[in-house]
Ligand binder design. Sequence first.
Ligand code: 13P
Length: 252
Amino acid sequence: MRKPLIAGNWKMNLLNSKVPAYFTALNEVIKAVDRQKVDTLLAVPAPFLATARESAQAAGVWIATQTIHEKHEGAFTGEISIPMLKDLGINWTLIGHSERRQYFNETDATVAAKTKATLEAGIQAIVCVGETQAEREKGQMEGVLRRQMEAVLAVCTKDSNFTIAYEPVWAIGTGLTATDAQAEEAHAFIRSIVREKLGSLADRLRILYGGSVKSSNIQGLLAQPNVDGALIGGASLDPQEFGKTVSLAASR
Ligand code: 13P
């Protein structure tokens, strides 16, 4: 069985000055959790990375950034490079979140370039894929997931280390969670594409589900054979709620 990863994504929320108190509260909730049973990560805004890394140590939580640039340095105003992350001791990033695709024009090609850069640099990426409501209604879910996955897998080998997050755009921040069966169907499909392209990598690849996950629905999702964790937006902003979700994941 793949070890579940419960990841939070704060998006553009909270404040650096509140970060230490967040982790103190989170640690209270998860300090008794058996870390052999669950991995935990939070993707925080870039200005909080140093504070979060320091504060997260006691709680044993990995810190990620929410995006990176594929180039190591240069005239790219506002961007964050992999060497900058490494210099802060950060080893994780999200890539291609639907909000990056929707509002910041990230394409399958840029997502692939960023993924390639992280693989080459030994940074762990959580690469996000998922269809919009309109695409699902038009029966295009599988086509969209195949296109997004093939772009990513084209830069991977069977030895690559990364994580996929399936986040149906219609379930993000809407309170609409995919049913356990809908999540399982999409995850099984994604895994089948990985198997087709890269064989046994499919057996160890963690595929997280994202879209209105919280403590009340995590257990049903994790009971699905192809759901290996969650990427949690809104419900990760509250340390008690996020900690409860981590605890429930460890007891599955
Ligand atoms: P919500 O959990 O707020 O729906 O957000 C999901 C998400 O986009 C996580 O990256």
